[in-house]
Design a protein around this ligand. Structure first.
Ligand code: KG4
Ligand code: ZN
Length: 345
């Protein structure tokens, strides 16, 4: 367990609204989840093939009071029994983030509880502290979500350095785009992953893009275009694409880029403790390949439980505990930000 743990238990109510999930949780000492409520808007965004920001903001406004109340009642806790509030304030959809931030500021003002601002990607990493009670920094983390693909050196709970990142699209984004083109509903990543389990990964040869002179950076847009060209050319010939084979071939290519750079960074920088985080860390092949590769190399590998891979409030509460111990408290001038580096926090 964390050596800096206080003798007094610290309980934090955490709110997350950065994209299309309205979520709240109560977490004790950054590791023990007392409640975790997630209301997903996926069914509505499915109609449009992706997240519609204006709709996301409106649904957050409608859901947030009930979600926060339920997180308190599930934890059997009153506001007066908490030590702090926390909220995701960056990065994400600005209108969606503002709903959580303004709600949390109002609650902080009314309850006099301190408010901890949490960076969304830092909270994805912290999902691992919930699942793996013995995990402590330093470690190397592959953070892969709908909007980001980073290799991050987590030197301490609140001290991080970006080692590599995507030069264009994020891994989740390109999974979703190709899945949509072969007719899978939003969010396509998980559906493509399931289909890929049934396909032949050698059926459609894919390129293996590398970024010149930047061995830890990724570039997925060319890979995405290659897959889309295969799909369109097949359709133009009047032939049917084999969705299972295409999914398997494409997934293998994306996961190959992720694992290659991640393992190279670990070897070059001397990390033997590896962690994955973010929505794409639920990917079956990514988990399987890293388990195998890390097993062969004698590395420790930590992965979040599947229910903590996607956006949720528990991970925000986990990171908030460490930000709180660092004295990272916001005042009522706190604003949301669509973009912000994980290094700044
Ligand atoms: O972290 P997340 O829930 O939201 C963001 O912060 O972006 O990540 C969502 C992304 C989506 O692109 C979704 O398709 C992808 O994670 N994803 C997956 C899988 N499950 C979710 N991608 C590949 N394989 C999966 N099993
Ligand atoms: Zn996320």
């Amino acid at each position: 367990m964390d050596s800096r743990e206080n003798t007094k238990d610290i309980r934090i109510l955490a709110i997350e609204s950065s994209c299309d999930e309205t979520a709240a949780a109560v977490v004790e000492n950054g590791r023990r989840v007392l409640s975790n409520v997630v209301v997903s808007q996926i069914d509505e965004h499915k109609l449009y093939g992706g997240v519609v920001p204006e709709i996301a903001s409106r649904r957050h406004v409608e859901a947030i009071t009930a979600v926060v109340n339920k997180s308190l009642s599930d934890a059997d806790m009153k506001l007066s029994e908490l030590d702090a509030l926390a909220v995701t304030y960056a990065p994400g959809l600005i209108g969606a983030l503002l709903v959580g931030v303004n709600f949390a500021k109002g609650l902080s003002y009314a309850s006099k509880l301190p408010l901890v601002p949490v960076h969304h990607l830092r909270s994805h990493i912290a999902a691992n502290y919930i699942t793996n009670a013995q995990l402590e920094p330093p470690f190397l983390c592959l953070v892969v979500s709908g909007g980001h693909s980073h290799i991050v050196a987590v030197e301490d709970y609140t001290k991080m350095k970006i080692i590599g990142k995507t030069r264009d699209d994020a891994a989740g984004e390109v999974f979703d785009k190709v899945a949509r083109t072969i007719g899978m509903p939003y969010p396509g990543g998980v559906n493509l992953d399931k289909k890929a389990e049934l396909g032949n990964d050698a059926a459609y040869p894919m390129p293996h893009p590398r970024v010149a002179d930047a061995p830890y950076d990724f570039s997925f847009s060319g890979l995405k275009t290659a897959a889309l060209n295969i799909i369109h050319n097949t359709q133009q010939r009047g032939e049917e694409i084999n969705a299972e084979d295409l999914s398997a071939s494409y997934r293998k290519a994306v996961v190959g880029c992720l694992t290659e750079n991640f393992l190279k960074a670990a070897r070059d920088l001397g990390y033997k403790k590896l962690v994955i985080a973010g929505g794409v860390s639920a990917n079956t092949l990514l988990r399987r390949e890293l388990e195998r590769e890390c097993g062969e190399r004698g590395y420790e590998l930590y992965m979040p439980e599947l229910k903590y891979c996607g956006d949720n409030g528990a991970m925000v509460g986990a990171q908030a505990y460490y930000e709180f111990l660092e004295g990272n408290i916001a005042d009522l001038s706190l604003n949301a930000a669509a973009t912000r580096s994980i290094e700044i926090g």
